[in-house]
Design a protein. Structure first.
Ligand SMILES: O=P(O)(O)OC[C@H]1O[C@H](O)[C@H](O)[C@@H](O)[C@@H]1O
Length: 284
């Protein structure tokens, strides 16, 4: 079976497990369409906090939450409502190039309470032996001519590492970034690779399509992106970790967030228009 579903006591699907021929697997909660596990070549590749709340009462701490329609703080709740909304399983396919599942979110009471727009978000997860392919499409389904909307969006990927001291993020040198810790704009990255040894929270603008990440001394991933302009690099480090109820005090040592998104300047969609972004994570 390429796909199995986990249901609650009322028979509603809460989680989908997608398995590909090689044994690679992803687990996806319908809450947020959040991927909480990606196993490939026999190992877990994503960080999920031991303290993550998985009952749908809070955004899931780890895996790959979807940020939409607002990155960070703003008029809406932090990172928007997509990660705290119940998505639907649209369908799945077992095909030659991998197992695939599609998830759907449209406007609902939760979204309309903070954002007065009709939209159709489709998230497609395709899995093959060494790659996780993620596509997000957003359609503006407002009907009135005045119904354009702006949004920012991002796939907030938490990579699992045996030690943050071994993480190195390549291909960022020369880029201009916003340093959200120092509250500085237009900082130019001088390091190649970038390593992390304190609280890091940066938006690298107009990043290249391919980013190589050393996850440990012996393992690397290639992160590619199309139509996602920016890269966010985040690790809360020790002090912020202590203040997070759904994150262990020492767990910052086991994770790094390298996030693909368009967050520096918003995407505008007129009624009827669709935007689509893709990310793939390939084990090297
Ligand atoms: O705690 P959360 O709302 O999940 O946000 C976690 C982090 O997400 C991004 O990486 C932001 O750049 C950070 O500023 C934020 O702290």
């Amino acid at each position: 079976m390429p796909i199995t579903t986990v249901k609650d006591s009322q028979g509603n699907i809460t989680k989908v497990v997608l398995v590909e021929a090689s044994g690679a697997a992803v687990e996806v909660y319908l809450y947020g369409a959040t991927i909480t596990s990606w196993k490939a070549k026999g190992k877990e590749r994503l960080f999920l906090s031991k303290q993550a709340i998985l009952d749908g009462s809070k955004a899931i701490r780890g895996g790959i939450p979807i940020v939409f329609p607002q990155f960070g703080l703003g008029k809406l709740v932090q990172h928007g409502f997509a990660r705290t909304s119940n998505w639907q399983l649209l369908g799945y396919k077992d095909q030659i190039d991998g197992a695939k599942a599609m998830f759907l979110l449209t406007e609902n009471e939760h979204s309309l309470s903070m954002w007065p727009h009709k939209f159709r978000a489709v998230y497609t997860i395709r899995l093959d032996s060494d790659t996780l392919n993620l596509s997000l499409s957003i359609t503006n389904t407002n009907t009135s001519a005045a119904g354009s909307f702006d949004f920012t969006t991002l796939l907030h990927t938490y990579f699992l590492t045996p030690s943050i001291s071994e993480v190195a993020v390549h291909n960022l040198a020369g880029l201009s970034y916003t340093d959200k810790v120092a509250k500085l704009d237009n900082v130019v990255e001088k390091n190649d690779p970038v390593s992390l040894a304190s609280n890091v929270d940066r938006v690298y603008h107009n990043a290249p399509e391919k980013i190589n990440i050393d996850i440990s001394k012996h393992e690397a991933v290639l992160l590619t992106k199309t139509n996602f302009k920016d890269i966010v690099l985040w690790n809360p480090w020790a002090e912020l970790a202590k203040g997070m109820a759904d994150f262990g005090d020492d767990e910052y040592k086991q994770m790094v967030c390298v996030e693909t998104g368009t967050v520096g300047s918003p995407i505008s969609l007129a009624p009827g228009q669709t935007w689509e972004g893709h990310t793939s994570i390939v084990l090297q």
